[in-house]
Design a protein around this ligand. Structure first.
Ligand SMILES: *Cc1c(COP(=O)(O)O)cnc(C)c1O
Length: 417
């Protein structure tokens, strides 16, 4: 029996808000507000400006745009900025807003399937061939869409192994995919090689840049060496990129990008067999929050290119400093990662990663992890030296306690339970 039901009588504004604040009081922010969990904050001021922009449009539906020319103009500007950033200098890239990375990936797999149906009508059981580290959302989308996602073991560097992927292509293969970077290790797959194989074999190629799409272009501008991952890699047909990660926008907001206009026939679905007018949504979702569009527009214009480049530079510098600090702690092994994700493992069986996570969780850090192999997983903002120091101090404390044999409960490496 459910224990909560709709109250018979409405409550006052004050009562409602007191209750909502009471819920929120149980959900503490990250210890420093900008480390170790799945929310990127950007610089001070971003949160306020996206909040304010969101609230102007919070009650509007981006599906119903007939009476909102201002909204359309704002969305078009956002889509054009996205096409520029994800395009890698290629003209004619087309973008659409979605309710998140999951929907963007769904749209990429869907367009690939429709494209393949036209090109290879004999393929009844289409499949993608992809690295093992590809986000689970592909398997979810594939399940809905009747597309099998075949995951191929990674190379020794934990990136996609292009030779193994090429060898796995079979008569039912319609596409390849790779990540820029992948979530479990923060590593960019060799997209250019995968895309070249796809082009050569007449296959679709999708880059999942959900966590890197709005970071890598700025890291490159900051002078970092970024391997090709965008449409500048010939053969890439679609890209998923989340504004609500390193775009510092409010959720839900992501983008699906297609290489050119000719692919849009495989994206759009406008059914008309019902009693009302033609149903025209931009992607898979119907109603979408116009507030999320306004917040993304606000973040991009509040920070500007200089702001994003500065954040990318500081995020990478902070990540390297943190990795260096972790390396100094006996038993810990930070990885060399791309973009803003840092992972570290343990090379000492007496210091298991699960216990490090358990100890850090008890000290108030929100932790996530990777299972194969066990790694602590950090999605970093531009962290200050003081935050770095505080984190390292606590890691040292936890590792010392584990070595001293003090009992530390194992923590969970999962983000979602
Ligand atoms: C976050 C993420 C996704 C899924 O995005 P949602 O916005 O959570 O739906 C997919 N792929 C990668 C690489 C991601 O980081």
């Amino acid at each position: 029996m459910p224990t909560h039901s709709l109250p018979k009588q409405g409550r006052s504004h004050e009562q409602v808000m007191a209750a909502v604040h009471a819920f929120a009081a149980e959900d503490p922010e990250d210890r420093f507000g900008h480390m170790s969990c799945y929310a990127m904050h950007g610089s001070p001021g971003v949160k306020q400006v996206i909040h304010d922009a969101y609230s102007v449009y919070f009650h509007k539906n981006s599906l119903i745009r007939r009476y909102f020319p201002g909204y359309e103009r704002m969305e078009t500007e956002l889509l054009e900025i996205g096409a520029g950033l994800l395009g890698g200098g290629v003209d004619g890239v087309r973008t659409f807003l979605t309710n998140g990375g999951t929907e963007s990936i769904f749209c990429g797999v869907h367009a690939a399937r429709e494209w393949a149906r036209a090109r290879y009508p004999h393929i009844a059981e289409p499949e993608f061939v992809a690295p093992y580290s590809l986000h689970p959302t592909f398997s979810k989308a594939g399940h809905y869409l009747g597309v099998k996602i075949r995951r191929i073991p990674l190379g020794p560097d934990h990136r996609a192994d292009p030779a193994a992927i090429a060898a796995a292509i079979g008569p039912n293969t319609i596409g390849l995919a790779g990540s820029a970077p992948c979530w479990p290790y923060g590593l960019v797959d060799p997209i250019e090689e995968l895309a070249a194989i796809a082009a050569d074999r007449g296959l679709w190629m999708h880059t999942d840049a959900c966590v890197g799409g709005f970071f890598l272009p700025f890291a490159a501008k900051a002078g970092h060496d970024v391997p090709r991952w965008d449409f500048s890699a010939a053969g890439v047909m679609s890209i998923s990129a989340d504004l609500h990660k390193y775009g510092y926008a409010a959720k839900p907001c992501s983008m699906i990008a297609f290489r050119d206009e000719s692919l849009l026939d495989h994206h759009y679905v406008f059914p008309d067999e019902w009693p009302s007018s033609k149903y025209m949504a931009q992607a898979f979702s119907g109603s979408r929050p116009a507030g999320a569009t306004a917040a993304a527009w606000a973040a991009l214009h509040f920070l500007g290119e200089d702001g994003y480049v500065d954040l990318a530079r500081r995020t990478i510098a902070g990540k390297r400093a943190l990795a260096e600090g972790l390396r100094q702690i006996d038993g810990l092994e930070p990885w060399e990662t791309d973009a803003g994700i840092l992972v570290y493992g343990s090379n000492d069986p007496k210091v298991p990663v699960q216990q490090i996570v358990g100890g850090l969780t008890r000290l108030g850090w929100k932790c996530g992890g990777t299972l194969e192999p066990p790694l602590v997983h950090l999605v970093l903002d531009a962290i200050s030296e003081a935050d770095n120091e505080a984190y390292l101090r606590d890691v040292r404390r936890v590792v010392d306690a584990i070595r001293a044999g003090r009992e530390i409960e194992e923590g969970s490496l999962s983000y979602v339970d």
